[in-house]
Design a protein around this ligand. Structure first.
Ligand code: NCD
Length: 301
């Protein structure tokens, strides 16, 4: 594995390896026995879009494995990109200073553009509304850890499948496993794109689209993600739907459904849900550390 650009690049056997390695990282962390396998390496984290979990868990993962971290937090404002430098040129420069580059950028295809000129591994930490492969790997890890399987699952995805890169990436990975069924819960204006639905049809994955939260307890996994405000063309549309689809304690309590959310949570899950045993989103964010340790080691060692 050189670059990590898209969920589309993985086969089932790659996923099994990553999940196993992530589990080993989790065990090593809990025993305080993490090996410094990245000693002497430098990881550049270039973030041109806001982030809390992804950037800090990548940085923490690198530091725990003995690497050092350089980077930029608000790249569009603070780097030479502001002066008009291309991403390709930025890559040609940064690769002299780092052994791998983690990048988040608002432009779809940005990580791929960098990978086309890079001599070091590029890791896509989110490119616009397109892909967020490392998030979907930690989502997969969390599902496996909680339910013991990745097949025969009824998975609901809310609430903005049109713009959510985390929904697109996770759904893509889950299509590799047998007999998973998807329901997209969203306002009609935010339905999955025809291209995405075409991919599901081609892979013979059963799906339905709903615009309400009825039968919440019938899903094995409810994968919630905020409306992607920054990617909505129409502000009025955002306001209209913001409070319409919210997971409440009354629907989530006492059901088998585990609730995941890549976070940040904005309005889509009521805070009263947080204490329920099936609310797994904070555990999910913690798992991001182990999965990113596994991924950094995989591309660098
Ligand atoms: C997600 C993202 O950036 O796409 N956040 C994350 O990485 N945990 C989800 C989001 O911003 O809605």
């Amino acid at each position: 594995m050189q670059h990590i650009l898209s969920a589309k690049q993985f086969e089932k056997k790659d996923l099994e390896e990553i999940l196993l390695k992530s589990k080993q990282m989790e065990n090593a962390c809990s025993l305080g026995q993490v090996k410094k396998t990245l000693d002497g390496k430098i990881i550049a984290c270039l973030f041109f879009e806001s982030s809390t979990r992804t950037r800090l868990s990548f940085e923490s993962a690198a530091l725990r494995l003995g690497a050092e971290v350089i980077g930029m937090e608000a790249g569009s404002a603070s780097s030479s990109v502001k002066k008009g430098e291309s991403l390709a040129d930025t890559t040609r420069i940064v690769q002299n200073y780092a052994d791998a580059i983690v990048v988040r950028h608002p432009k779809e295809g940005a990580a791929e553009e960098m990978a086309n000129v890079a001599k070091v591994p590029i890791i896509n930490a989110g490119d616009g509304g397109n892909q967020h492969p490392t998030q979907s790997l930690l989502d997969l890890y969390t599902i496996k850890k909680n339910l013991g399987r990745l097949d025969n699952l009824k998975v609901a995805f809310g609430f903005d499948p049109k713009h959510s890169r985390t929904i697109k990436s996770l759904a893509e990975l889950l299509t590799l496993y047998e007999n998973n069924e998807f329901t997209f819960v969203c306002p009609p204006a935010l339905n999955p794109t025809p291209e995405f639905l075409g991919m599901l049809t081609e892979k013979k994955v059963k799906y339905s689209i709903l615009n309400n939260l009825s039968n919440f307890g019938s899903y094995d996994v409810f994968y919630s993600n905020r409306l992607q405000e920054e990617r909505l063309e129409d502000r009025e549309e955002f306001e209209k739907y913001r409070k319409a689809l919210v997971i409440m304690k009354s629907m989530a309590e006492g059901v088998k459904t585990i609730i995941l959310d890549p976070l940040p949570r904005v309005d889509e899950i009521a805070p009263e849900v947080d204490d329920l045993a099936n609310a797994k989103y904070f555990e999910q964010a913690k798992n991001g550390l182990y999965v990113r340790m596994a991924l950094l080691e995989s591309v660098l060692v």
